[in-house]
Design a protein around this ligand. Sequence first.
Ligand code: NAP
Length: 348
Amino acid sequence: MAAEGEEIVKNKQVIFRDYVTGFPSESDMYISSSSLSLKVPGGSKSVLVKNLYLSCDPYLRILMKEVQINSVFASLTPGSPVTGLGVAKVVVSDHPEFKKGDLIWGPTGWEEYSLIKKPEALFKIHHTDVPLSYYTGILGMPGMTAWAGFYEVCSPKKGENVYISAASGAVGQLVGQFAKLMGCYVVGSAGSKEKVELLKNKFGFDEAFNYKEEHDLDAALKRYFPEGIDIYFENVGGKMLDAVLLNMRVNGRIAACGMISQYNLNQPEGVHNLMHIVYNRVHIKGFVVFDYFDQYSKFIDQVLPMIREGKIVYVEDIAEGLENAPQALIGLFSGKNVGKQVVLVAKE
Ligand code: NAP
């Protein structure tokens, strides 16, 4: 029973059922509901938030594996809510730096309300003249990934030839626009005609192609890059990486951002054309966005004006309702999302 003055709410949650091998499915998660008291333990320095938007990101598939062979991620806990990044509003705070009503983005749970035990990991939202959902994408983790990956990891120069795979997604659409603003020749690949149109007509890529319609990826890349690729922004891995290695220019750079084609495989595919890294003195650098989070205010100062001045645009795919979150997440692995996949949990 609730104590006097205590507010009890229903808390719908998306629960992670069990570790996954192979392709994930909606049934790897289920919806549950429980009651929650809107309070935080005194002295805990925690905050209780109401979740507004949740971010569907490919790395969540890696968290569904039982064993992690990396030090970046920790697996999800079966029987507990999925955890990820989101936008939320502080309801109760026991932390001196957060107060009721603050808008934040950062690590939260796939549920209506979450108790955040380490609010230090949250970013406060100061600019609300742009859609709040942008803090799951262009102004959040994927935006920082595109920004740090392109400007820092790729060392781009005006006039260079840039190729981006999974180019219409949360990260890729921004990398292409940053590259165009720098005066590069930009080509992207994506998995449908609709996405190819988006790349060319909405994001201003010079060229784009549907990789699913290309039987010979090497030939496709030679068609769009007769003089070779200076920068490859790698989102996909596997056969695409192999074909790219045959087409890199001398002193080319590859920013290894992610390899989504490998996330559902029990045994990763091999890459055969590695000797071309030697022939062409190619520099390959992997990076993890968390290493750049300390530059968040610099990132905001650069990217927010680009949005306000209409220099860059952002396409989102918003699923409505927490109960649709599993379907939205799974859709990333068959390319159902057109743009950044977001889940709307509640309006502010
Ligand atoms: P996204 O592109 O918005 O969504 C994933 C897209 O990947 C799908 O829409 C689909 O697009 C494509 N895809 C799915 N399965 C594929 C397959 N087997 N082969 C080729 N393409 C496939 O995702 P995002 O958030 O922008 O992430 C893009 C990449 O960046 C991912 O690899 C992710 O893990 C990585 N990432 C890395 C960091 C980091 O810190 N290093 C941070 C964020 C993201 P199509 O329709 O075009 O196939």
